[in-house]
Design a protein around this ligand. Structure first.
Ligand code: DGL
Length: 262
């Protein structure tokens, strides 16, 4: 029996991480928790985010999760220590994984307001690759628009153009998708960027890091995600979450509503 992973995010975003994990490791036992009652996290203050991280990770611990994957950059940036203090086993974060994936000397980071304000990405990348120019860009409109479910809406395109402008101005050669919701916008971002600008999805690094927990990768052969071992929980609006998750997972998951103890 493989160990039980616990992935969490404010909403849909962490599914982009789950997807990468399932693509690399085949069937895994996991609980996915979307804190949909409080999405978005990105505009909340540090104290609140730290309280949320303690509640969410405490809930996963009570569910007997052995490894926590912070499928949320915002809590990763501001409350990794809180997650570690409340978890039973290892806590795996995106930011550390992403920083090891940067290969260029000029890099942009698209992130929530809270993550960008923390400067954690910049510090982490500079530590790994001294001398790298890191331009962090807060994208406050992205998550509320993505959660609404219409990825083709004109507001998203306009917001993307605005947020990419300073990065293009700085001639970045790669861009870290520093919020787990943003891989859902990869096609749109690619359309707006020159071909030579690489998008970095930190979840790929996390999926690789999980080799140490899950063993040798067992990539998908059929192209269909093996969701049998995954349990999906949210803190509000289970039906809506199931509808929005379906295109990303390839099937409509069964989702239950849970109450987190504060
Ligand atoms: N997807 C999360 C992140 O990676 C949270 C986004 C939000 O709720 O604002 O930061």
């Amino acid at each position: 029996m493989k160990p039980l992973l616990g992935l969490f995010d404010s909403g849909l975003g962490g599914l982009t991480v789950l997807r990468r994990v399932l693509e690399r490791h085949g069937a895994v036992n996991c609980i996915y928790l979307g804190d949909t009652a409080r999405v978005p996290y990105g505009g909340r203050d540090v104290e609140e985010l730290r309280r949320i991280a303690a509640e969410v990770v405490g809930w996963l611990r009570d569910e007997q999760v052995s490894t926590v994957v912070m499928a949320c950059n915002t809590t990763n940036a501001l409350a990794k220590d809180v997650a570690e203090a409340n978890a039973e086993g290892p806590v795996i974060g995106l930011i550390e994984a992403a920083s090891s994936m940067v290969r260029t000397s000029r890099v942009g980071v698209l992130a929530t307001a809270a993550t960008a304000a923390s400067g954690v990405y910049r510090r982490c990348i500079e530590l790994k690759r001294p001398g790298t120019l890191v331009v962090e860009q807060a994208c406050p409109s992205f998550v509320p628009l993505i959660e609404r479910g219409d990825l083709a809406c004109s507001e998203l395109r306009e917001a993307a153009e605005t947020y990419l402008a300073p990065l293009l101005e700085a001639s970045v050669q790669s861009i870290v998708l520093g919020c787990t919701h943003y891989p859902l916008l990869a096609a749109l971002l690619k359309e707006l960027l020159p071909e030579n600008v690489e998008l970095i999805d930190p979840a790929l690094g996390v999926a690789r890091e999980l080799d140490a927990v899950l063993g040798t990768p067992q990539p998908l052969s059929s192209g269909r995600l093996a969701l049998g071992g995954c349990r999906f929980c949210v803190t509000a609006d289970a039906d809506c979450f199931a509808d929005r998750a379906a295109p990303w997972l390839g099937e409509r998951p069964r989702v239950s509503e849970v109450l987190l103890r504060s």
